[in-house]
Ligand binder design. Structure first.
Ligand code: 4AD
Ligand code: MG
Length: 465
C-alpha cells in the first residue's frame, strides 16, 4: 500500500511500521557522514517529507547519489519521529527506486531556488511542482469544492449551462466566435456579409461570456440554482485580473431581491473562507509567510464582521471627498475603475465592500430598473488588492420595462424571444451574481496575478500549452 506524504507526516503508519511513499524529488543533500537526505513531494500537502538514506543501501552509489531535482521515486522505509525542527516525521529508507529519471539535470527548469512567477509561466507544464503553484492548486481545489458544498448544503441545483451560445449576455461585444467552417470561405449574403445561416448552427455563435441567461430559465422552475464552469471573454485588457478563459460561479435565486443576492454572496464567501482556513492551514501559512502577510488575518477579520454596503451614489461622494488624485476623474455616472474600487476596499473600508445601485447606462440590459429610473439594482463585491470579485443584480422581471431597455440599447427583441418568454409565463422577482473564481483565489492567496492561479492561463497572444 502507498501512503500519501500528508498521512506520513501525520504519523500514519501501517502495521509493521514500514511505509512506502511515491513522489518527486525537490532536493538531495549529502552529509559528510555518508547519509543522503531527500526531500520528496507528492501534492498531498504543503510540506515535503524528508527521507534519510544511509550509504549502506545496496544501490546507494549508482542510484541514490545520481538523484536530482524532479526525479520520480518510490521509497520504502521506517517512519520515525524527526529530530529536525519543524519536521514531524521522516523516513529512514530501506529501499529507494527511481521510477523516472531527469534527463540532463542542468536543463531541468525547476531548480531548488526561488523562481519568478513570470519565469514559471513559461514552464506552465512543470510549475505545479513548485511549492507556490502546488499551494495555489490545493487552495483552488478547496475553494471550488467548498462552493459546491455550500450550494449543495443549501438546496441549490447545479445546472450545466452551455458553452456555445448565440447570445451576448453582457452586451460588451467581447466574444470569441465559434465556426465549423473556414471563416474566409463562408458563403456571403447579397450584401456581402458572412452568411452564418450556412454555418454549423445556422446562425452566428460564440463561446459564452456568462451562463446567467440560461441559468435564469432554470431558476424560474427550480428556485435555487447555480452554474459553475468556464467562460470566455475577448477583452483587450492586459491586466493582472483579466483572463480570456476563466471560471465563473453563478447562483440565481427566485422570489428574491437585491438584498437577498447580497446576503447570498456574503454567506457563500464566508463559507469558503472558513473551509480554506480549516482545510488548507498549511498552504495558507505559506502564503502568509511568503506572499501576503495578511492572508490569514484578513480572512479571519471578515469572518467576524458584516460586509459593508455602500450605495454607488455615496461611493462617488466618498471618492470625490477623499482628496486623492485618481488617474480617472470621478463624477456620477462613471464606471468605477480598478483604482476607485481599490480605494474603497483598501483605504476606506479595509475589507471587501459591496457597492450597489449603479447608473443604468454602465450596466447590462437585464438589470432591474430602480424607481429613480436612473440606477439599476446591481451590486459588485470589491476586495482589497484586486477590486471587483463579484458582479450581480436583481433581474428585470417586468416585460414592459425589459423591452424598454432592449429598445434603448438597440438589442433586437427577436434574439431574446425565449428570455422574454420567462417574463410572460409566471415571472417572479429574481436575481443572482457571478463570482470570478481566479479573482477569488488571487484574493485569498495574495498571489497578485490571475495568470498564476489557473493551471494554464489564456490571455491575449498566449494560448500555449
Ligand atoms: O461582472 P460580470 O461581467 O458579471 C456577469 O457576467 C454576470 N452575468 C454575472 C451574473 O450576475 N450571473 O462578471 C462576473 C465576475 C466579475 O466580478 C469578475 O470576478 C469575473 O467575473 N470576471 C473575470 N475574471 C477574470 N478575467 C476576466 N476577463 C473577467 N471578467 C469578469
Ligand atoms: Mg462586472
Amino acid at each position: 500500500a502507498i501512503t500519501s506524504i500528508k498521512e506520513a507526516l501525520a504519523g500514519a503508519v501501517s502495521s509493521g511500521g514500514e511505509i512506502t511513499i511515491q513522489g518527486w524529488i525537490r532536493t538531495r543533500r549529502d552529509s559528510k557522514a555518508g547519509i543522503s537526505f531527500l526531500n520528496v513531494h507528492d501534492g498531498s500537502c504543503f510540506d515535503p517529507i524528508q527521507i534519510v538514506v544511509p550509504k549502506e543501501l545496496a544501490n546507494y552509489e549508482e542510484t541514490v547519489l545520481q538523484i536530482t531535482s524532479g526525479c520520480a521515486v518510490t521509497i520504502t522505509g521506517t517512519l520515525v519521529q524527526s529530530q529536525g525542527k519543524g519536521q514531524s516525521f521522516e523516513i529512514q529508507a530501506t529501499q529507494v527506486t527511481v521510477v523516472g529519471w531527469v534527463e540532463n539535470p542542468d536543463s531541468y527548469p525547476i531548480q531548488p531556488k526561488p523562481h519568478t512567477v513570470e519565469f514559471l509561466r513559461e514552464v506552465a507544464h512543470l510549475r505545479p511542482r513548485t511549492n507556490l503553484i502546488g499551494a495555489v492548486t490545493r487552495v483552488r481545489n478547496t475553494i471550488s469544492q467548498s462552493i459546491h458544498q455550500f450550494f449543495n448544503e443549501n438546496g441549490y441545483c447545479w445546472i450545466h449551462t452551455p458553452i456555445i451560445t448565440a447570445s451576448d449576455c453582457e452586451g460588451a461585444g467581447e466574444l470569441f466566435r465559434v465556426s465549423a467552417l473556414d471563416m474566409q470561405n463562408l458563403p456571403r449574403t447579397e450584401q456581402g456579409n458572412i452568411d452564418f445561416s450556412q454555418d454549423f448552427f445556422g446562425c452566428e455563435s460564440f463561446l459564452t461570456v456568462s451562463g446567467q441567461l440560461n441559468v435564469e430559465a432554470y431558476c424560474l422552475a427550480m428556485s435555487k440554482v447555480y452554474t459553475f464552469g468556464p467562460t470566455f471573454r475577448a477583452e483587450n485588457s492586459n491586466t493582472s485580473r483579466h483572463l480570456a478563459e476563466f471560471w465563473m460561479v453563478e447562483p440565481e435565486i427566485a422570489f428574491a431581491d437585491l438584498k437577498d443576492v447580497i446576503q447570498l454572496a456574503e454567506n457563500m464567501l464566508k463559507y469558503v473562507f472558513n473551509k480554506v482556513l480549516s482545510e488548507r492551514a498549511d498552504d495558507m501559512d505559506f502564503f502568509a509567510k511568503r506572499v501576503e502577510k495578511t492572508a490569514i488575518s484578513r480572512l479571519q477579520h471578515i469572518l467576524e464582521s458584516q460586509f459593508v454596503e455602500i450605495d454607488y451614489t455615496d461611493a462617488i461622494k466618498i471618492l470625490q471627498d477623499s482628496g486623492k488624485k485618481f488617474e480617472h476623474p470621478v463624477s456620477w455616472g462613471i464606471d468605477l475603475q480598478t483604482e476607485h474600487e481599490r480605494f474603497l476596499s483598501e483605504e476606506h473600508v479595509k475589507a471587501p465592500v459591496v457597492v450597489s445601485n449603479y447608473p443604468k447606462d454602465i450596466k447590462a440590459f437585464y438589470m432591474r430598473m430602480n424607481d429613480d429610473n436612473k440606477t439599476v439594482a446591481a451590486m459588485d463585491v470589491l476586495a482589497p488588492g484586486i477590486g471587483e470579485i463579484i458582479g450581480g443584480s436583481q433581474r428585470e422581471e417586468r416585460l414592459d420595462k425589459l423591452d424598454l431597455r432592449l429598445d434603448e440599447m438597440g438589442i433586437p427583441k427577436e434574439s431574446l424571444g425565449w428570455y422574454r418568454d420567462l417574463r410572460r409565463y409566471g415571472t417572479v422577482p429574481h436575481g443572482g451574481f457571478g463570482l470570478g473564481l481566479e479573482r477569488l483565489v488571487s484574493y485569498i492567496t495574495g498571489v497578485a496575478n490571475v495568470r498564476d492561479v489557473i493551471p494554464f492561463p489564456r490571455t491575449r497572444r498566449n494560448a500555449g500549452f
